[in-house]
Design a protein around this ligand. Structure first.
Ligand code: BJW
Length: 260
C-alpha cells in the first residue's frame, strides 16, 4: 500500500499514516472483527460527547442526573434534557465513520459493533450487527416495570405509563443500572472471539463497556484504538491511531479495499 510516512487527515493535527497501515495489515489477516464505539463516533455528526471540554456534562452533573434517583428528584428536568437531545439527534445524520463501519460488515466473515451510544446512528447507516449497550434514546419504558412503551400521551411531561400510571422514562442505561443482559452477553462473546477489536471514540471510563477491550485483549485479539485524545484504556492498544473516526475509518476502509 502506498502510504506516506505521516499525513494530515485531520485539521486538528497529524495522523500517523503508518499506524493506519498497521491497522489495515492486522485487519487484512482477521476473520472475526468487532468494535466498541463511544460518543466520539458521533462527534463529527454534531452530537456532543460527554466528557470533552464542550461536552454535555459540563452543564448537567451525570452522577446526579443520569441515575434513577436523579429522575425521581426532578423528572421534568431530566425528561426535557432527553427531549432536547432527541431533537439534536433527529437534526443530525450518521457520518463517514458510521458508513465505513457498515461497509466492514461486508468485508469480514464476522463484524459487530457494541456501541455505548444511544443515537441509533450505526443502524441508520446500515450496520446490522449492532449491540446497543446503553439503550436507545428513541425508545421509552415504564419506570416501575421496565416494559417498553410504544406510544405515549405527551400531554403531561413526563408522560405516564398507559398500563400502570408510573412515570415513563427513556430506555437508556443510567449509572447503577445493569446493562440489558442479552445485549451484554452478545457483546461479551464478540469481544472474546475477535481477531481484531477496534475501540473508537470512547474515553474508556465507563464500565462494564470499557472492560470489553480488556476482554478482547485477554483472549488474544489485537486491539486498535482510534481517538484524537488519550483514553483510559490506551495501554491495551496494539495500534493507537490518534485521529477522528470520521476520517480514520474511511481511510482504513480504503486500505482494506485496496489490499484485498
Ligand atoms: C473522538 C472524536 C472523534 C472526540 N473521533 N473520537 C468498575 C469500577 C468503578 C465503577 C464501576 C465499575 N463498574 C461499574 C461501575 C459503576 C459505573 C461506572 O462505570 N462508573 C465510572 C464512572 C467509574 N457503571 C455503571 O453504573 C454501569 N452499570 C453497571 O455497572 O451495572 C452493574 C452494577 C449495578 C449496580 C451497582 C453496581 C454495579 C452503567 C453505566 C451506564 C452509563 N450510562 C451513560 C449515560 C447513558 C444515557 C445518556 O446518554 O444520557 O452512558 S454515562 C455516559 O458515559 C454514556 C456513555 O455511553 C458513557 C461512555 O462515554 P463515552 O462514550 O466514552 O464518551 P466520553 O465523552 O467520555 O468520551 C468521548 C471520547 O471521544 C473522548 O475520548 C474523545 O477524545 C473522543 N472523541 N471526538 C473519535 N471525532
Amino acid at each position: 500500500m502506498d502510504y506516506k510516512h505521516k499525513g494530515t487527515l485531520s485539521k486538528g493535527g497529524m495522523v500517523n499514516m503508518d499506524e493506519i497501515k498497521n491497522a489495515v495489515e492486522l485487519l487484512l489477516k482477521a476473520r472475526r472483527v468487532s468494535a466498541l464505539t463511544g460518543a466520539g463516533m458521533s462527534a463529527e455528526s454534531g452530537i456532543q460527547t460527554f466528557r470533552d471540554k464542550d461536552g454535555i456534562w459540563t452543564k448537567m452533573d451525570p452522577m446526579k442526573w443520569a441515575t434513577r434517583e436523579g429522575y425521581l428528584e426532578n423528572p421534568r428536568l431530566v425528561w426535557e434534557w432527553y427531549e432536547a437531545r432527541r431533537n439534536q439527534v433527529k437534526n443530525s445524520k450518521p457520518n463517514d465513520g458510521h458508513r465505513a463501519m457498515a461497509e466492514f460488515e461486508k468485508i469480514f466473515g464476522h463484524f459487530s459493533v457494541a456501541t455505548q451510544n444511544i443515537d441509533g446512528f450505526h443502524k441508520l447507516s446500515g450496520s446490522k450487527n449492532v449491540h446497543e449497550l446503553h439503550g436507545n434514546i428513541f425508545r421509552n419504558k415504564c419506570f416501575d416495570e421496565n416494559k417498553i412503551l410504544e406510544e405515549l400521551d405527551e400531554s403531561t411531561i413526563p408522560p405516564r405509563c398507559p398500563h400502570c400510571g408510573a412515570l415513563a422514562r427513556p430506555d437508556v442505561v443510567w449509572f447503577g443500572e445493569v446493562l440489558p443482559q442479552e445485549v451484554w452477553e452478545a457483546a461479551f462473546d464478540d469481544a472474546k472471539n475477535s481477531d481484531v477489536y477496534m475501540v473508537v471514540g470512547t474515553s474508556g471510563t465507563v464500565y462494564p463497556a470499557a472492560g470489553l477491550a480488556a476482554i478482547a485483549k485477554k483472549n488474544d485479539a489485537k486491539v486498535v484504538i482510534i481517538n484524537p485524545e488519550d483514553s483510559e484504556i490506551d495501554l491495551l492498544a496494539d495500534v493507537l491511531i490518534k485521529g477522528k473516526s470520521g476520517e480514520v475509518l474511511p481511510e482504513i476502509l480504503r486500505g482494506l479495499q485496496a489490499g484485498k
